[in-house]
Structure formats: C-alpha cells, structure tokens
Design a binder for this molecule. Structure first.
Ligand SMILES: C[S@@+](CC[C@H](N)C(=O)[O-])C[C@H]1O[C@@H](n2cnc3c(N)ncnc32)[C@H](O)[C@@H]1O
Length: 305
C-alpha cells in the first residue's frame, strides 16, 4: 500500500516536470517557476495555440468580463463572445479525459438592451464540454445601488469533459455549520459527521479594498479572487497533486491555493506587472509557515525511496 502511494507521488511529480519541459519548449522561458508552479507572461490565445495533448486535470479561472477594467480593451459584444469561445475551446482541448473547467463569470451591460446580462447567458453553450452545474458565489460587500438591487453574486460554471467520470471530493468541502448535529433516527446520527453538502450557493467574502476595510490578502491587482473561493474549488474538484491551469492568473490566487492544497499549477498572464504581483505573492508564501517546502520535501522524500 505504502509503495503504491510512493509510486503514485513519484509519477505525478515526474508528470509535472515533463509538462513543464514541454511548456518551456513550446512557449520559451517562463516568467518564473518553482517545483510546483510555473507562470508564462503572454497572450493566452497565442500560447494555447502552441500546446497540444492532455496536459491539465482542471482549469480554474476568471477571464476578463469586457467591462473596461484596466487590463482589457472593451470589444464589440459579438467579438467578445467569439474571443471567449476561442480561448475556452483552446483550453478545453488540453484537459485530460476526465478533466474539469470551473469558469467564474460576472455581468456585462448591453447598450439599449440590458443593464446587466449574466455572462453565462451569453457563453454557457460556447463551451465544448458538459455543463454539470452552476454555482452561485454570494458575497456581502460591494457597491450600494440606488436604482437597482445591489449586486451580490457571480456565477461559477462547472463543466466536465466526461459526464460519467469526473473528480468530485464532496467530503473535502462539506459545510461544518450543521443546525442539528446531534439529531438521531433509530438511535443513529442523521447527519454526516463531516458536515453537510455545501449546496450550489456559496457565501464567501470578496477581497475588499479601502481604508480600514481592506482584506488582508489584498494585492494591487484590481480584480482579485478570494483564496477561500479557490480553495473550495481546488479541494472539491481536483485531487491532491493534480495539475491545475489558470489561463488568466492575475495576482496568482490560483497559485496560492494550489500551493496550500498540494496541487501543481500552470498560469498565463498578459501583464508583466501582474506577473510580478504573482511572483512576489509566491515568494512571500515561501517565507511563511505554509510554504512550498513541505510540498517539495514531500516529493523529495517520496522520490528518494
Ligand atoms: C479577472 S482577472 C483574474 C484575476 C485573478 N483570478 C486573481 O485572483 O488575481 C483577469 C486577468 O486576465 C488577464 N488577461 C487579460 N487578457 C489576457 C490575455 N489575452 N491573455 C492572458 N491574460 C489576460 C488580465 O491582465 C487579468 O489579470
């Protein structure tokens, strides 16, 4: 049993190293790399076009929403939909056969037609994968509106390549907040002692900014994912030592979560200043208690057996 575990760890580590070498040969020098993460600075569409094969176990990402953020040029809507369809299909092609795509999407306004159209309405069927479920991410902080309800949610579309074979680790993401934990039927506990199914509505705080209210994890990136959200995706929808791909890694939240949760991670990012933020974030993590070292040491120990 122990030998099997050691061999499995060895294989995954070798697999990641092989994939890293392939990526470097196809894309050139990375912006930075560690034993468990690698970042390439450039355009996702262009870089994906140079890749082939079943490389990644899961894609976890939040793309630009075409709403005029500092990192995007607003395109005519149809161009944005076409661009989205292109990168999504390029990313899906390099997933393993039981791979998963977790796609975080917000809203866009359409002149004369709509104040805020949920992007899933426009993109859900442009994905060449099976749509398993829509997850609603509900957050408490945000803009306060006068003429509309204050927006407090975004969506995460959960796609799989094979509807009969995909990773779902429910026990890893159970919600410990059970109302009647000791409730019994015929003398037996009625509830799962690990907690309840977290449902398809997740209440997770946004990364906030501003005097006296800025989140501890806040970096200078304008649109940062909360690590708690990515932790739940990484833990629930990928296996330990799986390889995660984020084609729009921004400040590197997916890197941070993968390191904490012992997954490998490949990221693409077009803006060098955000690549720097991600790089610094990983270096800071290295100098804290939760560092790369246990993950790497673990691999080293396994490999030396
Ligand atoms: C919504 S943000 C992602 C934020 C990230 N999830 C985080 O936690 O920091 C989208 C990112 O995609 C990057 N981006 C935009 N167009 C890109 C492209 N064509 N190729 C690669 N990255 C791109 C932006 O610079 C931005 O950092």
């Amino acid at each position: 049993m122990e030998n099997k575990r050691l061999n499995a760890a060895k294989i995954t580590n070798q697999k990641f190293n092989k994939i890293k070498q392939f990526l470097i040969s196809a894309l050139g020098y990375p912006y930075f790399e560690t034993n468990t993460c690698i970042l390439f600075c450039g355009d996702t569409l262009e870089m994906q076009g140079k890749l082939k094969g079943e490389l990644f176990d899961a894609i976890i990402t939040s793309p630009p929403y075409n709403i005029g953020k500092e990192y995007e040029d607003v395109k005519p809507l149809q161009d944005y939909v076409n661009w989205s369809a292109q990168w999504i299909s390029g990313s899906s092609k390099i997933l393993v056969s039981n791979g998963t795509l977790l796609l975080n999407l917000g809203y866009v306004s359409i002149e004369e037609q709509a104040h805020a159209v949920p992007l899933p309405y426009l993109l859900w069927d442009k994905v060449p994968l099976y749509l398993n479920q829509e997850i609603i991410w509900n957050y408490s902080a945000g803009v306060a509106c006068k003429n509309y309800l204050s927006p407090r949610n975004e969506k995460i579309l959960w796609y799989v390549k094979d509807s009969k074979n995909y990773v779902f680790n429910l026990d890893a993401i159970r919600d410990k907040n059970v109302k009647y934990p000791n409730s019994k039927r015929n003398g037996k506990l009625r509830v799962n002692t690990l907690g309840k199914n977290p449902s398809d509505v997740w209440e997770i705080a946004k990364v906030t900014t501003g005097y006296n209210r800025s989140s501890e994890e806040r970096t200078p990136h304008p649109c940062q994912f909360p690590t708690d959200l990515i932790d739940r995706l990484v833990l629930g929808f990928t296996n330990a030592k799986g390889i995660v791909f984020d084609p729009f890694i921004g400040s590197g939240t997916t890197f941070e979560s993968c390191i904490k949760n012992k997954r490998y991670c490949v990221g693409f990012e077009i803006k060098p200043e955000y690549c720097d933020i991600a790089k610094n974030r990983i270096s800071n993590l290295q100098s804290q208690q939760l560092t790369l070292i246990p993950f790497e040491q673990e691999n080293l120990i396994y490999e030396s057996v």
